[in-house]
Design a binder for this molecule. Structure first.
Ligand code: 5GP
Length: 183
């Protein structure tokens, strides 16, 4: 297979920084005085969570879950499986799920349902990117960074076949060839 390279920059570093700071201010305001647990969905959310959490001016706990929803290519498998569960007990706490991107919404719908069974005080979603046109299930995304078109994006934590996560910006994969979903 030919090596894929990210094409144009969709969201640059400064824009990511500005929006992350705005979201952190909203979260700081909304969760003041509450027991907050920020839960990053691995691996894609690791960069966003690190930047976001450092700007939230509240005491909080951090944990991670890992799920598999996509294979190594750009097609959704439609299957959600827990690969790594939470370490923390979330009963009575306010959970904020931090995700890189909401596409069909299947992954988060499943995760929200699963976490709600554990008796948290609340479960909300903070997603850096949102592809509303691709949504297959109803899902409330309380904090949404950017709405993006239905293209395959990489960088700032998001990968293609485990590559490009370290890019400091969000770029469109194979922009020159269309959606990046071929082959
Ligand atoms: P959903 O269950 O909402 O369809 O999928 C969410 C997951 O699919 C994300 O956490 C991410 O791992 C993956 N995903 C969806 N769209 C993209 C995309 O444009 N680029 C990358 N790298 N991953 C995506």
């Amino acid at each position: 297979m030919e090596e894929r390279k990210p094409g144009r920059v969709l969201i640059g570093e400064e824009e990511l920084e500005r929006r992350t700071a705005e979201l952190a201010r909203e979260i700081t305001r909304d969760y003041e005085g509450l027991d907050l647990v920020m839960v990053g969905v691995l691996k894609g959310a690791f960069v966003f969570l690190a930047d976001l959490a450092r700007r939230v001016e509240l005491p909080l706990e951090i944990d991670f879950v890992a799920v598999s929803s996509y294979g190594s290519d750009t097609e959704s498998s439609g299957v959600v499986r827990i690969l790594k569960d939470l370490d923390l007990d979330i009963a009575g706490k306010h959970v904020l799920l931090v995700e890189d991107i909401v596409d069909t919404g299947l992954t988060l719908k499943y995760l929200v349902g699963l976490l709600k069974e554990r008796g948290p005080a609340s479960v909300e979603i903070c997603a850096l990117l949102n592809k509303p046109e691709a949504r297959k299930v109803d899902l409330e995304v309380k904090y949404s960074g950017f709405e993006v078109p239905p293209l395959f994006v990489v960088g700032y934590g998001l990968d293609h076949a485990e590559r490009f996560r370290q890019l400091p910006y969000v770029g469109v994969l194979d922009e020159m060839e269309g959606s990046g979903r071929e082959s």
